[in-house]
Design a protein around this ligand. Sequence first.
Ligand SMILES: [Zn+2]
Ligand SMILES: [Zn+2]
Length: 641
Amino acid sequence: MAFVLEIETSFTQKYIKNYIVSIARRFNIYATIIQSESKIICAFTSEHKKLKECLEVIAQELPASLFLKSSKSYENDEEPSSLAELENEYPLNLGLCPSCQKEIFDVKSRRYYYPFSSCSCCGGNHSFVESYPYVRKNSSFKFLIPCQNCIEEQNSVGLKESHEINSCHDCGVPVRLVNKKTERYANDAGSFRTMFEVSAKAINDDKKVLIKTTFGYRVFYKVNKLNNASILMMINASKITDYLSLITEEYNALLSIERPVLNVTVKDEELQELLGTNTSYVKYPDDGFSILLCTELKKLGIDFIAYEEVDEGYEADLFMDYDLEIRPQSDMRVFLNKDNLFIANGERVSFPSHNFKENFLLSIAHDYMGLPFHKKILFDNIKKFDLIYTDKINVLKGVDEKSHNNKKVFLQDEASFISVIAEHNVFDKRCVGAYFDEEPSFLYYDGKNVLRIVPPKEFNSSEIIEDIKNLRDGSDRLICNLQQSAPEIYIKLLALQSKEDVKLFEAVAILLGLEDESMRGVTKEAMKFIGKGGIQIDTHVKDNRFDNTAFLASIISYQLAGVSSSILSYSIFESFGDYFNDILQELKVKTKATEIVLCGTHFANQSLFSRMQRNLKMTPPLMNKNYPIGKENAVVGGVFL
Ligand SMILES: [Zn+2]
Ligand SMILES: [Zn+2]
């Protein structure tokens, strides 16, 4: 007989499964643990006298995850006959698991205040991987010889089993804290603790501290120094809801092992004032360095600080550094709207990944590559792979890949669209979809090929003023009026004409007079609107493309009529929601498609997504499950084009 625990999850990474495997191995309980497309099924032999204890430990220690849904248990006739095996061909960059967090705060442990603490199932291990296969000699730890204790741990059952880059104070990485005059080193528990104490005090004294965390370079500072790129790091879990107004799902997401960045509503009025808005990107301390720093800050009575992802050369008052190469990934931003959750953008946790059935071609997009590996496809940063021989290669337009004769160039929106079709395995169905990242486009999959039905119209700002003037009769008056009543906006618009690579939403933000001149700024502004129902902004198709000029002209005319920037921002997304719906429904009828696909990072927007949800109630849209809806999914789609 077997006791079966079934956990529902549509995420295919193996860290949660491995966590359960390592606990079952620790208890020496025979088990068959497999992960299918929709669940993790764990069958433990019923006879073992410690089964109850093992299940209790799983319930207590299993990290909370964004991607775990309901679970159930039952008995069946199965008879597991061996220990379950770990599946860790590659590590990820995750937050610290409860067990590793406990270790860094346990005075008696070998890793008290050791910021590189992690195990096989958690921590920022991927940052240290140089190449495959994932073994210590292919990592930044290759010159560090593990001590006897660490080797023993690696060779014993438990969370550190086969933890390739296991280390501790005795065999690990010394860290230095540098300011303009002095340098101090940390190489044991006491000196590490002092170093984090000193850093926390410096921040409290209004200094900026740059830290090479295992997730990359971050500069930390007090919230009075906030800017548009700042992320709030909430330190005190019990006080988070004093400052932020969160639904339960958001609170749980923040504290999950994935430790994503979330865009949430700020409740505290003082904080709103500092931010200049009522929403903010927030996260809970994730890697060893951030956790230890925040613990010291908490002792000083600080409930949250700000940080920014920067590069090594950032000028800070203090710099915490070490001699070990890291290859950080962009952070994971998660979008939550009621019971919908998806990854908006970022590489962390989605990559590397080992997924789908191999099909003997290479896909290259942005910094990523997908290639056949052990009967599936392995996706990771291109720098991790050596020379590869393959018959065919698919490359995203714009990527420099000259070395191959048999290459096909694909487009971002096509690749994103088909990555969703691949994730839902609906290759046998007809699908229509929209891609939205600055300029919208519409696509169709006929069961074989992807066609761009409404291609994106690249935004060109070089003659933006002339374009608006010539839009229709009387449009020239619109520009005259703008010049008279909002000269500062007119001057900025004029400057856009000589600037390169201007984004559509950069122009929108400028027209609205926003300080954050980007999509992020317009999104924040829309969140300030609390009324119901906006106004209709001109979103239409001209010559089979989205008409950027008519869209901008419409915003100017409302602006001149005195409509507030928050109503306008909200209305822009509401109008976009209706625009996407109208075209998708029309295409669906024309093509007899059964599925609707949404992709592109701009769909991670509360105002727009709520509208889309309402409009598409009858045909809930398919979206990425394991990968971001943003441009990062192109490498995945590239395999199927
Ligand atoms: Zn761990
Ligand atoms: Zn050691």
